[in-house]
Design a protein around this ligand. Structure first.
Ligand SMILES: N[C@@H](CCC(=O)N[C@@H](CS)C(=O)NCC(=O)O)C(=O)O
Length: 218
């Protein structure tokens, strides 16, 4: 992909949706320009609207093609870069990866609203509500099942790195901030994500940001 390709993202500290395609592209060493728009300022909506495709980030601009929505961007990139790992190759694993990714994309509302992503922050003694605990338990099951079934192929959810890992990366950042641990293989998977060089880079960048979004600071 030429550097005509740009990824429009929000603040690295807070923008969980932006993190997904950014990390996937960095993991695969795909060249892109980064256009950053600070969220929740007086200019945010105008700056996003300039791209002419919806009111949220991330947005991928690839020449004259624009793609918005984190999952659509990942799908587009995987189609374009068939040498990079998008969905797993095997039919069963592919169906599984698509299902858990869609589940992440459309669910986990309690976890999202009560544990907003805030990469640079560590909160001691966070109280997990019953609704959030249900989401955490479900994530524990998803990660454990994946690792049980696909560990022979590598350290990621489906063995080789895939779109599914990018989809769940922001959840791992939330767990860091609010002090959530999982069990056994699921916790080991969290460590794999934490140690991924693209994630380490994103987190370092997030610590350089100076904006504070009060609504995301519990
Ligand atoms: N479904 C979208 C959701 C994107 C989204 O909600 N992005 C937030 C930032 S993380 C946003 O752009 N908010 C802008 C605003 O609220 O003004 C995706 O996956 O890309």
């Amino acid at each position: 992909m030429s550097t005509d390709c740009a990824l429009v993202i929000g603040n690295k500290n807070y923008s969980s949706w932006s993190m997904r395609p950014w990390v996937w592209m960095r993991h695969h060493n795909i060249a892109f320009k980064e256009h950053r728009i600070a969220l929740y300022t007086n200019e945010t909506s105008t700056r996003i609207a300039e791209y002419g495709c919806g009111s949220t980030v991330p947005i991928l601009v690839d020449g004259d093609i624009k793609v918005w929505d984190s999952l659509s961007i990942l799908e587009y990139l995987a189609d374009k870069h068939s040498d990079c790992s998008g969905w797993p190759a095997a039919t069963r694993a592919r169906a599984h990866a698509r299902s858990v990714s869609a589940e992440m994309h459309s669910g986990f509302m309690a976890l999202r609203s009560e544990m907003p992503m805030n990469c640079r922050r560590k909160i001691e003694g966070f109280t997990v509500t019953d609704e959030v605990q249900k989401d955490i338990d479900r994530l524990n099951t998803i990660f454990s099942d994946c690792r049980k079934n696909y560990a022979s192929g590598g350290e990621w959810l489906f063995g080789e790195y895939s779109i599914a890992d990018a989809m769940f990366t922001p959840v791992v950042m939330r767990f860091n901030t609010y002090g959530v641990s999982l069990e056994g293989d699921a916790e080991n998977y969290l460590d794999t994500v934490r140690n991924q060089s693209a994630v380490v880079e994103w987190m370092a960048d997030s610590r350089q940001e100076i904006e504070v979004i009060e609504s995301e600071e519990l």
